[in-house]
Design a protein around this ligand. Structure first.
Ligand code: AMP
Length: 563
């Protein structure tokens, strides 16, 4: 049967079905934005404004400085930074000099850090100085030769500068020979900001983005410049009415995660938009930044929106300047959609993707309503199929669940130095996502769950996402996480962990009654436990695997107390 793309008919007006990609790398895109919008703000860091011309100059200077300290095209440069100006400068300097950037989560433990620096073979690290004690321990067992330390204060405007104590230089004198330690500001200030010849190439390896935090061993997704640039262009085409140089985006998603990296940072730089940096994504800081700087686009992982909607100050804000809330990276609860809609008139865009797709793969049509629980349509130039879970080769009948697979210019080259893992997910040119999905008659894709999280109870397939969503509809529940636990009779059964809204008293029977109202019997949790917080990843995704591990620990404690 010929391959068809019926979803094109559902695109918003002005969105092309296919894109003729410009072979412009992100480094070249920054240079272009600096020419088109030299005096427009690129980065707003707690009130410190950095224009496009300044950012481009900073990137030239850092590329020059990195070259001077021995970093070469093709080398890996890791960052260990929150969303502060230095992270964007380091990412784009690495692009510009033809190196590969390895964005790393600054909250990583020594073990995780050691693995990522070792696996990527990073030669230089740009890190926050406060992380020196952790870095110090792992560096001797890696190939890291140079460390460039940044201070959270470096670019803060004057009064705010005083809020942070300066880390003592002596603190990190022992990491590597002191001749290999540099300070970001002095490097950048001593190098020329004049044009640095752009060494990025369309087919070059732009980034290793590590993924697998929620699925297993961490793997470096190899993203080429062509992947990143194509994905930015696909996304740029999605909201045709938003003009270049005109919007400001709240950068809550950390840039070390694929969503923050491309969908927020790289896309904004391509379009010449303002990035309002959020170095600490807590509801109080976010609310203050929204109040002060009026971003027109507010993206976030759903738990960020849950946190904001639960914050009194956020609810008091007049949000008339917001054009869109972009939710992605994890399931968006129906309740959150309804609340955001009621609070503001802004569009809600639910976006889906994976690190392996650079990351954007689908989105609901910009400006249009969508069926709750769906993540819209494949982006322009992206092919999608839903195939049987057993063989992965046959398309399932319309409306039936199967594994979602993609083909498109944004699909990664493979996992770095992991051919076996690569061959499991890249087959015949298709990327196997490991997500179970359906497509409805309007071509809207719904992510049912991850293949790995599916609970099989008494022969029935149960998708924990659906139950989480139902639980979060209860007014007394802030958030919930359902897991599968062993059961002598059903094989596996459903157990729910629930966080009550502050000040609410809630008992197990009320929760179960709510579930019975909305779910068929076999899906209703057999056990409900109350907990203060649910384990989350650095971007705020609920970590079901960690919830399971925590459950085992809590049950053991309970058993030893009882026994
Ligand atoms: P990561 O590689 O960390 O970005 O994780 C990708 C995974 O996040 C996907 O395979 C999905 O399981 C999940 N995900 C991403 N976006 C969404 C979304 N909008 N709704 C539901 N799940 C999502």
């Amino acid at each position: 049967m010929a391959f068809t793309r019926p979803w094109h008919a559902h695109y918003a007006p002005g969105v092309p079905a296919e894109i003729s990609y410009e072979r412009t790398t992100l480094s070249a895109a920054l240079k272009r934005s600096a020419t088109r919008f030299p005096n427009e703000v690129a980065l707003n860091y707690m009130g410190k404004l950095i224009t496009y011309a300044e950012l481009n100059g900073m990137v030239n200077a850092l590329a020059r400085a990195l070259t001077d300290i021995g970093v070469r095209p093709g080398d890996r440069v890791a960052t260990l930074l929150p969303n502060i100006p230095q992270v964007t400068a380091a990412i784009y300097a690495s692009f510009r000099m033809g190196a590969t950037i390895v964005p790393t989560n600054p909250l990583y433990t020594e073990r995780e850090l050691q693995y990522q620096l070792g696996d990527s073979g990073a030669k230089a690290v740009v890190a926050l100085d406060l992380l020196a004690p952790r870095l110090e321990k792992v560096i001797p067992d890696t190939m890291v030769e140079s460390v460039i330390y940044c201070h959270i204060n470096d670019y803060l405007p004057f009064p705010k500068k005083q809020l942070f104590p300066l880390a003592k230089k002596d603190m990190y004198r022992r990491v590597v020979p002191s001749s290999r330690i540099y300070e970001f500001l002095s490097l950048v200030k001593s190098a020329s900001t004049g044009d640095f010849e752009d060494a990025s190439s369309w087919d070059g390896l732009a980034a290793l983005l590590y993924t697998g935090g929620t699925t297993g061993v961490s793997k470096g997704a190899m993203l080429l410049h062509s992947n990143l640039s194509s994905n930015v262009q696909q996304w740029r085409a999605w909201s045709a009415d938003l003009k270049d140089g005109s919007e400001s985006v709240l950068a809550v998603f950390p840039f070390f995660h694929s969503a923050g990296f491309t969908a927020i940072q790289n896309h904004s730089i391509w379009a010449g938009w303002k990035l309002v940096l959020v170095p600490r994504p807590d509801p109080v800081t976010i609310t203050e930044l929204i109040r002060n700087y009026h971003p027109s686009i507010i993206p976030g992982v759903p738990t960020i929106f849950t946190g904001l909607l639960n914050n009194k100050e956020f609810r008091k804000l007049n949000l008339s300047f917001v054009k869109g809330f972009f939710a992605g990276a994890a399931p968006l609860a129906t309740d959150t959609i309804n609340e955001l809609k009621n609070l503001t008139g802004a569009t809600i865009l639910n976006v889906y993707g994976l690190t392996e797709t650079s990351p954007l793969a689908t989105g609901n049509a910009w400006g249009a309503d969508f069926t709750p629980g769906t993540v819209g349509f494949p982006l322009p130039g992206t092919d999608a199929r839903i195939v049987d879970l057993e063989t992965g080769t046959n398309d399932v009948p319309a409306g039936q669940p199967g594994e979602l697979i993609f083909k498109g210019p944004q699909v990664m080259k493979g996992y770095y130095q992991k051919p076996e893992e690569t061959s499991k997910v890249l087959r015949d040119g298709w990327l196997y996502t490991g997500d179970i999905a359906t497509m409805n008659e309007n071509c809207e894709i719904a992510i049912v769950d991850r293949k790995k999280d599916m609970i099989i109870a008494g022969g029935f397939n149960i998708y924990p996402n659906e139950i989480d969503d139902v639980l979060s509809l209860h007014p007394g529940i802030l958030e919930a996480c359902v897991i599968g636990v062993q059961d002598a009779y059903r094989g596996e059964t459903v157990k729910a962990y629930v966080v009550a809204r502050p000040g609410q008293s809630l008992n197990e029977e009320e929760v179960l009654e709510h579930c019975r109202k909305h779910l068929t019997g076999y899906k209703v949790p057999r056990q409900v436990r109350f907990i203060d917080a649910i384990p989350k990843s650095a971007v705020g995704k609920i970590l079901r695997r960690e919830m399971k591990a925590l459950d085992e620990k809590l049950e053991q404690e309970r058993a030893s107390k009882a026994g």
